[in-house]
Design a binder for this molecule. Structure first.
Ligand code: GLC
Length: 470
C-alpha cells in the first residue's frame, strides 16, 4: 500500500516537472504554458503547438492556483487582456471587438520582447476562437476564488474587458434563440465537424461565463444595466437548454412520435425535428436511467451525438439540473467502455464515418472515424470528468477513471489524444508531452485529494429563474 502511494506521488512529481518545463516567460515573468513540448517533433513540425492557447492554459491555471502559484495566472490574465481585440472588422480576417485570441507567442527583436496573438487568422482553416473570451472570464473568477484578490477584476481595464466581451456575446443578430450562433470549429473542436450553429459546448461555456461575469461586474455607472442583460440571458438560456436539448428515453419517445411541419406558438415540435433523423444506434444505446444534453439544436436539426465537454461542463456550471446531472453520470457509468474505455474521456460519441464523414468534415483525414475530434479519447477531459463526478457525489467514478489514465499516461508520455472505439491506441498524429494532458491529470488528482477546490470552477444552481418561455 505504502509503495503504491509512493509510486503515485513519484508520478505526480514527474508530471509537475513536465508542467514546469512548459511554462512560457515574458519579460522575465511566467505568463502561460505552451500547448505541447514534444521532444520528438522539430521546430517546423511544431505548427502552433509552441504557442500558449487560452483554452489549453485553463487546466494549467487551475493546477497552479490549487498549488498557491497564482502569479502566473495573474500575469496571464493581465497580458491576454492587453491582447483583446478593440478594432472593428477591417477585412475578412480582422477580429471583432471583444474577441480574445486563440493563442499567443513571445517574439523578440533584439532585447525587446513582444507578444504576437493569433485570433484565428493564422490557424488552420481560419477558425474563430469563440471560447477564448469565455474561458478568460471563467478563469478570472477562479483566480479571485483561489486568491481572495478582488482588486484585479475591479480595475477599470478589467471591467472594460468584461463589458467588451459581453457586448460581443450579447449582441442581437439574426438568431431567434437565446443560444449563441457560431461557425463550425469555434472551440476545442477547432476543425469542421458539423458543430456550427448552436453547439452545446459553446452554450455551456457561454452560460458559465455569464455566471462568472455576474459575480465580477461592479455595479458602477453602466454595470447595473449589464447585469440586468446578463441575468435575463442566463434565465432564457437555461430554460432553452434544459427544455429543448435534454434527451432521455422519455424524451426520445416523444420525438419519435412527433408530428412534422407544425405552425404556430403552442406546438410540440418547435424545431421541426423529423423522427427519421433519430440515429439507429441511439435507441439501443441510451440506458433506462441515463440521459444527456444533445450536441446541437437548430431548425430541423438535432445533433444526437454525445459531446463530453459540454455535458460535463453543464454539470459543473449547474446548467443541467441536479437530476439531469445524475443521469449524465449514470450514462458514463453504464456506457463506460464507450465513453471512458482505455483512456478517459471520449470527446464525442459515436464517430461519423462513410458518406456522412465525407460530407460533414469535408473528408478531413485527421478527423477520420474514431480519431482526434471525431470520437478520439482526450486525456485533458479527465479533469472535467473528475469535477463533474465530485459535484454529483460520484467520487468512485472519478477514482476509477484516474486509475485508468495513470496506468498509461506516464508510459505513453502524455499524448494529446488516443484513437479507436475505446481509445486503445495513441492518436495517429498526437503530440506527446501535451501540456493540457499533463495539467488535466494533475488537476484531477488535486480535485480528488481536495474536493474543496471544486469551488474554483463550479457554480451552484443559479437564481436567475426559469427564464422566459420562448
Ligand atoms: C488542437 C486542438 C485544440 C487545441 C490546440 C492546441 O488544435 O483541436 O483544441 O487548443 O490543438 O493544443
Amino acid at each position: 500500500m505504502t509503495s503504491a502511494i509512493d509510486n503515485s506521488s513519484l508520478l505526480e512529481a514527474e508530471a509537475w516537472q513536465l508542467l514546469e518545463k512548459s511554462i512560457i516567460y515574458y519579460q522575465g515573468k511566467p505568463i502561460g504554458t505552451v500547448a505541447a513540448h514534444d521532444p520528438e517533433s522539430s521546430e517546423s513540425d511544431a505548427l502552433n503547438y509552441d504557442q500558449c492557447f487560452l483554452r489549453d492554459f485553463v487546466p494549467s491555471a487551475l493546477v497552479f492556483l490549487m498549488d498557491g502559484k497564482a502569479e502566473i495566472v495573474r500575469n496571464f490574465l493581465i497580458e491576454t487582456l492587453k491582447l483583446q481585440s478593440h478594432d472593428k472588422q477591417m477585412d475578412c480576417f480582422e477580429p471583432g471587438a471583444g474577441l480574445m485570441p486563440a493563442s499567443f507567442k513571445v517574439h523578440s527583436n533584439g532585447n525587446e520582447e513582444f507578444l504576437v496573438a493569433d485570433f484565428g487568422e493564422q490557424a488552420i482553416a481560419r477558425v474563430p476562437p469563440v471560447d477564448s473570451c469565455m474561458w478568460w472570464i471563467i478563469l478570472l473568477r477562479a483566480y479571485e476564488k483561489a486568491t481572495g484578490d478582488l482588486d484585479l477584476a475591479r480595475q477599470p481595464d478589467f471591467q472594460a474587458g468584461i463589458k467588451l466581451i459581453l457586448d460581443l456575446c450579447l449582441v442581437h443578430r439574426f438568431s431567434l434563440y437565446p443560444t449563441m450562433l457560431v461557425p463550425d470549429g469555434s472551440f476545442m473542436i477547432d476543425r469542421r465537424m458539423g458543430v456550427y450553429e448552436h453547439p452545446l459546448e459553446i452554450q455551456v461555456l457561454f452560460y458559465a461565463s455569464l455566471r462568472a461575469a455576474s459575480e465580477l461586474l461592479l455595479l458602477d455607472a453602466d454595470g447595473e444595466s449589464y447585469l440586468g442583460r446578463v441575468n435575463r440571458r442566463l434565465g432564457a438560456l437555461k430554460y432553452h437548454i434544459r427544455n429543448y436539448y435534454w434527451l432521455d428515453l422519455k424524451r426520445l419517445g416523444e420525438i419519435y412520435r412527433y408530428k412534422g411541419n407544425e405552425f404556430g406558438k403552442e406546438i410540440a415540435n418547435k424545431f421541426n425535428i423529423q423522427s427519421e433523423s433519430i440515429p439507429t444506434w441511439l435507441t439501443e444505446w441510451l440506458p433506462e436511467s441515463g440521459g444527456y444534453l444533445a450536441g446541437n439544436l437548430g431548425p430541423g436539426r438535432m445533433d444526437f451525438r454525445f459531446f463530453t465537454l459540454g455535458n460535463l461542463m453543464s454539470i459543473i456550471a449547474s446548467l443541467a439540473s441536479e437530476a439531469e446531472s445524475q443521469r449524465i453520470m449514470n450514462l458514463f457509468a453504464q456506457r463506460w467502455q464507450d465513453l471512458i474505455g482505455s483512456m478517459p474521456v471520449k470527446i464525442c460519441f459515436p464517430a461519423m464515418d462513410g458518406l456522412e464523414w465525407k460530407i460533414v468534415t469535408g473528408c478531413d483525414s485527421k478527423n477520420s472515424p474514431w480519431s482526434y475530434h471525431n470520437g478520439g479519447n482526450w486525456p485533458v477531459l479527465l479533469w472535467f470528468f473528475t469535477a463533474a463526478a465530485l459535484k454529483t457525489n460520484r467520487t468512485e467514478l472519478a477514482q476509477a477513471a484516474i486509475a485508468i489514465a495513470e496506468r498509461r499516461l506516464f508510459k505513453d508520455k502524455f499524448p494529446e489524444y488516443y484513437d479507436g472505439n475505446n481509445g486503445r491506441l495513441i492518436g495517429k498524429e498526437a503530440r506527446i508531452c501535451q501540456t493540457w494532458s499533463i495539467a488535466g491529470f494533475l488537476a484531477a488528482k488535486q480535485l480528488v485529494a481536495n474536493p474543496e477546490y471544486l469551488e474554483l470552477i463550479s457554480f451552484p444552481e443559479g437564481l436567475e429563474g426559469p427564464g422566459c418561455s420562448i
